[in-house]
Design a binder for this molecule. Sequence first.
Ligand code: 5AD
Ligand code: SF4
Length: 361
Amino acid sequence: MNVRDSEVICGLLKNSGYKICGDEKQADVIILNTCSVRQHAEDRVWSQIGSFKKAGNKRLIIGVVGCMAKNYAEKIFERAPDVDFVVGPQDIHKIPEILSKISKDNLFERKVWEVDGSIRPNEIYHNSFYQEKEHAYLVISEGCSNFCSYCVVPFVRGRLRHRELKNIVKEAEDAVAGGLTRITLLGQNVNAYKDGDVNFTKLLQRLDKIAGLKQLTFFTSHPKDTHPDFFKAIRDSEKLLKSLHLPLQSGSDRILKAMNRGYSAKEYLALIDSYRKIVKGALLTSDIIVGFPGESEDDFKQTYDLVKKAEFNAAYIFKYSPRPHTEALKMADDVEKADKEKRHAKLLELQRGISNKKNAK
Ligand code: 5AD
Ligand code: SF4
């Protein structure tokens, strides 16, 4: 999502006469597009801001945009005095105007240009700036209303909003007309997509018809909105990759409940079993969190056993990181750091073995 947002920002700036510069030492403007999903992502940004000191270039403009802007707002100026402007993820379309104000007006006051998570204007997506030559990311929905108890996304990106079908189709058609042949649809939970009576399956079927488009895929699916009918649509599609990213998060029902995920370990297993039966050669990847508040050795063992059974082609494994605004923040972060590390290493090792075995095939 942030890769696409950065492209959108680059496209807007290019259309306003800016040039994208390969070397940060020569840049007049540096914009950090930030992520708040885990503490580690934020720590990296804080240390990077520190390296863009103005000593060498007093006219250098530094902006912090994205989820950290929403999360910290004014506090960014306290911690990083060289920052000139702060813009939340819903207001990235204002960046060209902000930059022209800053560069014209020497009396410009440092300011947070972030409001209340209003809807992004659709036009910003139609600026035909893509980092890759053949592949485009395409946002179909913004925000999330699932409120998994560990997750900051609903608070920093706002509640779920769907883009209109006609705008998505136009963006895809324009990308293909411009020579792109592969598209990845993006949303925090693409399977919840809706525009009138068009659901995600219908959206895929519509995009499948675009002449010249060779490959289509999507991120991310939530198990509670993923059904066998949808797997049939993957099977029957000409252009869809036979691949699904379906975050598990935990193999313990107790922890899944505390995470507010809306499914049990048994239901998850039944779902992936159905997926593999319906879609031939199906690839499956996942996300898992270890060390969620209250996770016992036994809960972890259930995750370990489920990962063994599930045989994911690949999985991202994260150590739980307490996040502001979330329900889980109210629970004690009581799994010792050393235990989190141990569980993380153990699961990584297990998954590495499974991935190697599967990939060798
Ligand atoms: N701590 C650790 N991992 C997290 N994720 C989301 N929030 C947190 C958190 N607070 C992980 C989930 C999600 C992925 C994108 O990041 O596994 O699926
Ligand atoms: Fe976060 Fe859950 Fe929404 Fe994914 S589905 S973005 S984990 S709240």
